[in-house]
Design a protein around this ligand. Structure first.
Ligand SMILES: Nc1ncnc2c1ncn2[C@@H]1O[C@H](COP(=O)(O)OP(=O)(O)O)[C@@H](O)[C@H]1O
Ligand SMILES: [Mg+2]
Length: 268
């Protein structure tokens, strides 16, 4: 069951930005213009987080070739200020979240299909075509909507609209947030067959204060987990490695230690 509560939008957005910062390639800049008014939305934090990460990762993929800027903007919107065609249905004030990139952009023809399940222009293994259809469904369940503006070679701008709620952020959400703040730091085991990727990610994660042990040989990492199962609580691994498929490796690690957190890096 999906639980809804009044949650602070700022907390969800900052949390999602923290995640994308960790995995973003270094040729992409992240810019934020977050409204400093306290805005709460009635929703599910996990799903809102998922929306943002889907949009962020699409933006990063669109800028894969040449790098660029990912911009995140929020601003409150009075009902009357909603785009034509939407304000007629609205009965409260909204908040607008813009996720903009300076990447490859989309033709009109592509734009018309992006919310269809399984529509993708990416190679096998890089895209499932499900991201935006999930985003759209989650938004519908939240009484929100999404709109896109894009031009080939210029970039894309996804605008999300969510109804705001006057109720204060729920105690449960606040407790969760506090728990997150005080939670023990992740002890990370990093596995990627490319040494330079291991070095790069290790450096970035360590700069954020995490403790990271890196391995380029999945077998070696597995043996380490067997001999020291309590040493790490999170594994970050490459999805595609010559010796191992990430999914196979993940299953073996889960068997060894079911509580291990797992992050798989794919595509870029
Ligand atoms: N920021 C973006 N810039 C350019 N194209 C995009 C962007 N976001 C989505 N798209 C297009 O929409 C398609 C569908 O996106 P999505 O549903 O997330 O699936 P996937 O990313 O798995 O392909 C993508 O394959 C791509 O063609
Ligand atoms: Mg996607």
């Amino acid at each position: 069951m999906v639980e809804f509560a009044s949650i602070s939008l700022d907390v969800v957005i900052r949390d999602a930005m923290k995640t994308i910062r960790l995995i973003m390639p270094s040729n992409i800049q992240l810019r934020e213009q977050l409204d400093d008014g306290e805005v709460n939305v009635y929703g599910n934090a996990t799903q809102l987080h998922q929306i943002l990460l889907n949009l962020f990762s699409n933006a990063c993929q669109a800028m894969d070739a040449n790098g660029g800027t990912l911009t995140v903007i929020t601003r409150p919107l009075k009902r009357e200020a909603l785009p034509e065609g939407y304000k007629e249905m609205a009965d409260t004030d909204y908040v607008e979240i813009v996720v903009a990139d300076t990447g490859c952009g989309m033709s009109r023809e592509v734009q018309a299909q992006i919310f269809n399940p399984f529509f993708t222009t990416k190679d096998i293994g890089e895209g499932t075509g499900l991201g935006l259809s999930v985003v759209k469904n989650i938004l519908i369940n939240h009484g929100g909507f999404i709109r896109v503006e894009s031009e080939l070679e210029r970039g894309s701008r996804f605008c999300i609209y969510l109804p705001v709620t006057a109720s204060p952020a729920s105690v449960a959400a606040a407790v969760q947030e506090a728990a997150g703040r005080d939670a023990p730091r992740a002890e990370i085991l990093l596995i990627d067959d490319e040494e330079r990727v291991v070095k790069y990610l290790k450096k970035r994660l360590e700069r954020k204060g995490y403790h990271v042990d890196g391995y380029t040989k999945p077998e070696e990492a597995l043996n380490e987990i067997i001999s020291r199962p309590d040493r790490w609580n999170v594994v970050i691994m490459d999805h595609m490695m010559p010796q191992y498929k990430g999914t196979v490796l993940a299953q073996r690690i889960k068997k060894l230690k079911p509580s291990m957190g797992m992050i798989m890096i794919t595509g870029w």
